[in-house]
Write a protein that binds this ligand. Structure first.
Ligand code: FAD
Ligand code: SF4
Length: 465
């Protein structure tokens, strides 16, 4: 007899908007056992696993959900981690609504299984019960691999190759591993102890992590290959900020989102003076852009004590690239959205600090190359907004250091590394690449998917050598 559909999706407990807008603690509190079981029991274990097909790393979703429903948590962890080394991270920041949950059979009825929340529950259970089980690791192959960058792409390729018996060393430019998860995404969305636990898990597979190691400065890719590494993976991300390039953009008080978020998250400016990182605590803050990065910057500014935070976006609400959940969270906390608006110049005071910005109103024309409707300036629509802090969150491109110092590595005119989308192979023999350095700024799970595909291809190459 077919199972009766239960369409009561269990909501995520959260801190209230007023309370959370004043602290950096995690907003989403996570399911308790009862919530998780109530949600897991809704899964109808479809024959055609559209959910698994929708997951870029192919997690066996119905199996891990069934193990959770049967209260066999160690088995749920095992199934999850056999495909995804970073479930606590993905359960928090992956856009499930456009991946596994979008294609879940119950999505047609408006109530997909909350796969991300269940993934987070299982990962957090493992951490809480300190029950990390190390998966099977193949005998040593004698092959050495260098991974440049320790973001989700680098960590995934490293974990998958280590499990296949290869000796992996990660070289990371910063003093801490984790990439954007550590330096960009704020604590209230991505607690750093979770990232650290998942980095530690990758290390427990035998991966060595060398910090403060800027490739292209301390050594080149060619030198790595000459010094005994049999293959190299480039997962250096896209950490170079883009600017508006309008007059006055150099005034004090105008930050790139990269600098602003790195100061707040990595260098813990929100705990100043306990941590020795200063940041301007603006009262009237404007954040330019409409992606996840803009939402994070706006919500950080609010938590630092701003009385007015405005997101200024040149298209309309429909085109906002940020996750809907994050837009709603920002609005609930009091962030104001000014759509169809673009800054054209900044004005400063006699001490060189920004004090206002001139904006123009926009209207939408025909779709452009991105598929979104092109914003067009409305003539005579100039107006001025008072601001004392501005955060520019317009996107990022890859840092050119590694491509510039690597002979034979082709890049596109956008500065991304050219790599085969199926295998991650670059134009340089023995070198693979994946994640934001290839696609430009994208998502955690797409970087992980690229890491998985590259690991497959690198493993085949290493076995042939
Ligand atoms: P990164 O995470 O950028 O890691 C690259 C690493 O390489 C860094 O640690 C860097 O220090 C290191 N590196 C760079 N150059 C060198 C060098 N020369 N030598 C050694 N190391 C080097 N995605 C989502 O899915 N959901 C979200 O909610 C989300 N929110 C985001 C919020 C913010 C503020 C930002 C900035 C991004 C967000 N993203 C989100 C995007 C996501 O974080 C990235 O797509 C993902 O981290 C890319 O992974 P990666 O491994 O390619 O690169
Ligand atoms: Fe369960 Fe949805 Fe996957 Fe079907 S598609 S097995 S309901 S998670």
């Amino acid at each position: 007899m077919p199972k009766e559909l239960n369409l009561n999706r269990v909501s995520m407990p959260k801190q209230g908007p007023k309370e959370r807008a004043q602290n950096f603690r995690e907003v989403a509190l996570g399911y308790e056992e009862k919530h998780a079981l109530d949600e897991a029991v809704r899964c109808i274990e479809c024959k055609k696993r559209t959910c698994t097909e929708g997951c870029p790393v192919g997690v066996d979703i119905p199996e891990f959900v069934a193990a959770l429903r049967d209260k066999n948590l160690p088995e749920a962890v095992r199934i999850l981690k056999s495909k995804n080394a970073l479930p606590g991270i993905c359960g928090r920041v992956c856009p499930q609504e456009t991946q596994c949950e979008e294609v879940c059979t119950l999505a047609k009825k408006g109530a997909p299984i909350a796969i991300g929340r269940l993934e987070r529950y299982v990962a957090d259970w493992e951490l809480l019960h300190n029950s990390q089980n190390t998966p099977e690791i193949a005998p040593p192959t004698g092959k050495k691999v260098a991974v440049v960058g320790s973001g989700p792409a680098g960590l995934t390729v490293a974990a998958d190759l280590a499990r296949r018996g290869h000796k992996v060393t990660i070289f990371e430019a910063l003093h801490i591993a984790g990439g954007v998860l550590m330096y960009g995404i704020p604590e209230f969305r991505m607690p750093k102890n979770i990232v650290q636990a998942e980095v530690d898990y990758v290390k427990s597979l035998g991966v060595e992590v060398k910090l403060d190691a800027v490739m292209g400065k301390i050594s080149t890719v060619d030198e790595l290959l000459e010094s005994g590494f049999h293959a190299v993976f480039l997962g250096t991300g896209a950490g170079l900020p883009m600017f508006l390039r309008v007059p006055g953009e150099n005034y004090n008080g105008i930050y790139s989102a990269n600098e602003f978020l790195t100061r707040v998250n990595l260098m813990k400016a929100y705990l100043f003076p306990e941590y020795d990182t200063p940041i301007k605590k603006g009262k009237k803050v404007a954040v330019i852009g409409g992606g996840n990065v803009a939402m994070d910057a706006a919500r950080c500014a609010l938590r630092l004590g701003a009385s007015e935070v405005t997101i200024v976006y040149r298209r309309s609400r429909t085109e906002l690239p940020a996750r809907l959940e994050e837009v709603e969270n920002a609005e609930e906390e009091g962030v104001v959205f000014k759509f169809l608006t673009n800054p054209v110049r900044f004005m400063g005071d006699d001490k060189g600090w920004v004090k206002s910005m001139e904006c123009v109103e926009m209207e939408l024309g025909e779709p452009d190359a991105s598929g979104r409707r092109r914003p067009i300036v409305k003539k005579g629509s100039e107006f001025t907004m008072d601001v004392d802090t501005v955060v520019v969150a317009l996107g990022t491109t890859p840092n050119p250091l590694v491509p510039m110092t690597t002979k034979g590595l082709d890049t596109t005119d956008k500065g991304t590394v050219v790599a085969d989308p199926e295998t991650g192979k670059t134009t340089k023999p023995g070198v693979w690449a994946g994640g934001d350095v290839v696609t430009g700024s994208a998502t955690v799970i797409s970087a992980m998917g690229a890491g998985k595909r590259a690991a497959e291809s690198m493993d085949a190459y290493l076995k042939q050598q």
